[in-house]
Design a protein around this ligand. Structure first.
Ligand code: SF4
Length: 206
């Protein structure tokens, strides 16, 4: 059973007698017991509590940037790290201004930080815009830089697919994604799922 295709949603209603065959809530109880145990960590518990507070308090009122500010404030975070893509430099600047106006200290690291050349990653010339001499993205460098600054929370702003993975994997601070890069949809990947034109064009699905 795929949750994404389920119409029963007994995990939400708790009417377990109506559970579909293969429902993980019924069949993988040990997994969710283990997940519940994680809430014994006060920081993780607090994250869940503050998330609930933000969801209910700002419901249908606050855009995500506002939610980010309220969330970070309620968590007691003072120093925010931002890992951004050079292609979203203007957006990163505006976000920095907004966060500073809300009394956060902001440390920002651009994707080209540290001047990592593509040849250092064994990337062939055909996967570059010029040659492998060019500087590529350095998400681990961004993470290590923000780690060295001891940020309380890191924010991903438009990192490419894959670079986001390496950043999140190496970030010591908890990490939230504010902007997912999508060069075609002005960084709104869900547009492809909403639009039958996009669905048809890219995936031949109506
Ligand atoms: S957990 Fe079970 S009830 Fe909930 S969506 Fe998945 S399959 Fe459906």
């Amino acid at each position: 059973m795929q949750c994404s295709k389920c119409n029963k949603l007994v995990c939400s209603s708790m009417e377990y007698e109506k559970a579909p065959e293969g429902c993980p809530t019924i069949e993988k109880k040990e997994v969710f017991l283990k997940a519940r145990k994680k809430l014994e960590d006060p920081e993780i518990l607090k994250t869940s509590q503050v998330a609930a507070h933000v969801e209910v308090t700002g419901y249908m009122e606050w855009p995500r940037v506002q939610e980010l500010i309220v969330f970070a404030t309620k968590m007691g975070y003072k120093k925010l790290g931002m890992a951004f893509c050079v292609g979203l430099k203007e957006e990163a600047k505006v976000l920095t201004q907004i966060l500073e106006k809300n009394d956060f200290e902001v440390v920002t690291g651009i994707c080209t930080i540290g001047s990592l050349q593509k040849k250092e990653m064994d990337i062939p010339d055909q996967d570059t815009f010029s040659t492998a001499e060019e500087v590529g993205c350095n998400p681990i460098g961004q993470a290590y830089f923000l780690n060295s600054e001891k940020t309380d929370l890191n924010i991903v702003v438009g990192l490419c697919i894959g670079h986001d993975i390496n950043f999140i994997k190496h970030s010591e601070a908890p990490t939230t994604v504010l902007i997912v890069k999508d060069r075609v949809t002005t960084h709104n990947p869900v547009a492809v799922l909403y639009s039958r034109y996009y669905k048809n064009k890219y995936f031949n699905i109506d």
